[in-house]
Write a protein that binds this ligand. Structure first.
Ligand code: CA
Length: 276
């Protein structure tokens, strides 16, 4: 019995040993089998690595291209920004210049406005001065009824009956030199006064034919058609090619004479203001 137990243990030990040997042998076989498998899978793995490497290289090149492109783009944008900044600076300078010109225009307008205002003020002041002076003159003025020597006063007018004879134009020039005109007869009273003054001598009066067409006119512009007339019967006659001027006959009536004839003449002067 004891022997059987010992044998049995021995058997178990043997079995265990054999099992271990088998296991070791199987491990060796597995190991050799694994090494064989490993040797056959090496080629695909190398190709895969190459593909990965190519992809990585491609990505790297792509990155380089992107970087360079980006760098160029950045430089371009940077230049554009620089140009834009220069443009803005130039525009600001222009705006400042325009603002300066605008300011000059404003100042000029203001100056012109002031000048006009000053001129208007001076004009008003001048007008006021003239008005004051006229008022003063009116207050201090009195008609000069006393006529100069050799002049006769009648109804606030002064008359000069010339002692000498002249043609009509020379007579008028003399009257003008004395601040007068050849007489303009405005009324029957004036006609009557003159008729006495001529003392039966022929005298020029301020009438002449303006265009040889029976258009008579007074030297001071008085309307001939609307004024008193005292022509002798048959007058005014047509003298043809002779220039016709008006004069008083010895009886005082008006007569047409050739302007070149020499007659006495009558000057008439308005009454001037004589200051007190
Ligand atoms: Ca008169």
């Amino acid at each position: 019995m004891v022997k059987d137990a010992g044998d049995h243990q021995e058997d178990i030990k043997m079995k265990v040993r054999n099992s271990a040997d088998d296991a070791q042998q199987e491990g060796t076989q597995d190991a050799s089998a694994g090494g064989l498998a490993k040797g056959t899978a090496g080629a695909p793995q190398s190709n895969f690595s190459k593909i990965i490497a190519y992809i990585l290289l491609g990505l790297f090149v792509l990155l380089i291209i992107i970087f360079v492109t980006g760098l160029l783009k950045f430089k371009q944008i940077s230049n554009e920004i620089k140009d834009l900044r220069n443009d803005v600076t130039a525009q600001l300078a222009n705006m400042k210049q325009v603002a300066s010109v605008s300011e000059d225009v404003k100042q000029s307008q203001s100056k012109i406005k002031n000048d006009i205002a000053n001129l208007a003020y001076q004009t008003r002041r001048g007008h006021d001065d003239i008005t004051d002076q006229l008022k003063e003159m009116k207050e201090n003025c009195q008609p000069q009824f006393e006529c100069p020597d050799q002049w006769t006063e009648f109804h606030q007018k002064c008359y000069y009956f010339s002692p000498n004879t002249e043609d009509w134009s020379t007579s008028q020039r003399f009257c003008l030199s004395k601040m007068s005109n050849l007489v303009v007869i405005n009324s029957a009273e004036e006609q009557g006064f003159l008729n006495k003054g001529i003392e039966s001598n022929r005298h020029w009066i301020g009438l002449n034919e303006t265009n040889n067409m029976d258009n008579w006119g007074w030297v001071d512009g008085t309307q001939y058609n609307t004024t008193f007339k005292f022509w002798a019967p048959g007058e005014p006659k047509d003298l043809g090619s002779y220039e016709a001027c008006g004069g008083m006959k010895s009886d005082g009536r008006w007569n047409v004479y050739s302007c070149s004839q020499k007659l006495n003449y009558i000057c008439e002067r308005p009454v001037f203001c004589h200051f007190k």
